[in-house]
Design a protein around this ligand. Sequence first.
Ligand SMILES: [Cu+2]
Length: 600
Amino acid sequence: MKSFLLLVLAALGCRAKTVTYDFNVTWVTANPDGLAERKVVGINGQWPLPLIEVDKGDQLVVNMHNGLGDRPCSIHWHGMFQNNTNYMDGASMVTQCPVPPGSSMTYNFTVNQNGTYWYHCHTDYCYPDGYRQALIVHDEHAPFKFDEEFTITMSDWYHEMVEDLSTDFMSVYNPTGAEPIPSAFLFNDTMNSSIPVEPNKTYLLRLVNIGAFVAQYFYIEGHTFKIVEIDGVYTEPTEADTLYIAVAQRYAILLTTKNQTDVNYAIVTVADSTLLDGIPEDLQLNNTNWLEYNKDAAHPQATINVTDSTELVPFDDITLVPTDKMELLPEPDMEINVTVIMNNLNTGFSYAFLNNISYTKPKVPSLYTAMSSGDLVANSEIYGEFTHPMILNHNDVVQIVVNNADGGSHPFHLHGHNFQVINRAPPYGPHFNDFLNGDPVPYDPSNHTAFPKFPARRDTFVLPPQGYVVLRFVADNPGVWIFHCHIDWHLASGLAMILIEAPQQMQERMQIPQDHLDVCQAAGVSSKGNAAADTTNFLDLKGQDAQPGWIPDGFTPRGIVALVFSILSAIIGIVSIVIYGMADVKPLMMFCLERGLHLN
Ligand SMILES: [Cu+2]
């Protein structure tokens, strides 16, 4: 029996391999929409960035060198559980120090998952400058068959550098927090491209929204398809014609081609225009790429039959059933109940809040606080009030209720997990924006639709405008995990909190690699201590970074806009009086002087 087991283990061991990538991160230039050449973050001198491909069970090793010269960076492996390797999660000031220019960090973890993922920078705002790409985990035991596969990324794209956009975004001139409007929408980091297909074949299309802000609708003219995976979770094959893919979400679909080679079909992506505060005339919201049966045949532009993206009816992901039929988790041991709020603080900028906290980075990465805190590891105070820490006990069933007091939808992502989405209102479809006609509707535990028996699981879900979502998961993955809105503008304005999961087990099971600690040294960031970097008294948070102060009652965002604009117009008024006034006075003075008159 023992030798049989060894044989099995050896067979398994033989199959798993180590996949190593060396990433030298530097600035390069690119012009993916043909409209503007700009600086982008490249890897090994290339952009688009390399697609990472591994097989389930592989060890993925990425040696990252920051050659940008002018800013720190990191890499988050979106959707990877990082079981017992929380320190490889890549979120700066949560699980590591930001890697400064000239420094390197090795990410090394086992990929015991399958499906469609992506990687992106997770240090301040750094991924909208092009630092993002898909990560595919192949699985020879996938519960579906196909002939060939393609990965399709979609993303919003800016012509300006994020450093310029962010200064205007967090500014007294933007008191309503209007997000920068993208300049274009890319498809596989280009536009007007074709996916070559043959008739009567089945293709697996892996769709990933690697954008920083805007969700996109997706459909293929003349075709339906079957959803088989969401965010790495296999689902019962489910027929659909239109998808709504928020930033960070993934869908894998099976598409069977027609028995013909005469006609090419439009693959249509439509940006969710409800997210945009204004639509410039030259912004192309609807984009056509092609399912190409015949490269010599016409490539017709899509015929869009709706005037507004909200008229499209996407498949509701909450109805999907995972193939593993994991049942609804039992009643929670712990509930976290948060409400999304947008408000101004006394800087005059707009901030995002979960309840009354706008996430503010600590002085020590929160995981390093946990690892250096000894017996105080389960005391939430040491992580600082403004990281919004929640302590989760090992293996507890956790329920998160997210209510939305904001009129925008938000794609929320939890690191280190996927979770059951057990309730959401309003549902995808024609009523998605219905709660905007009145006050926000919070989740009511005594009045909701039935929870599914086998809830859909994913790692990023969309919170409807003024509605709510309820999710459940088991706290079985020790680590510090950030839960945040994936619209990068909202994360930067504070729409995040951290979960300190199984703190004692975290300390017992993990050890921070030396090269990660060296990065802190190089970055001048402390790798020990509480959120205020105090290493002697972890309960003394004096000096922690805090969110700005509240605005006295009576000031509303509208009031601030009015105030800013009246101050501005007063200044403009004074300046014009000085310029034009002097211009008027000068000839008059000359006239008087010439005639010996006095101006009084
Ligand atoms: Cu958001």
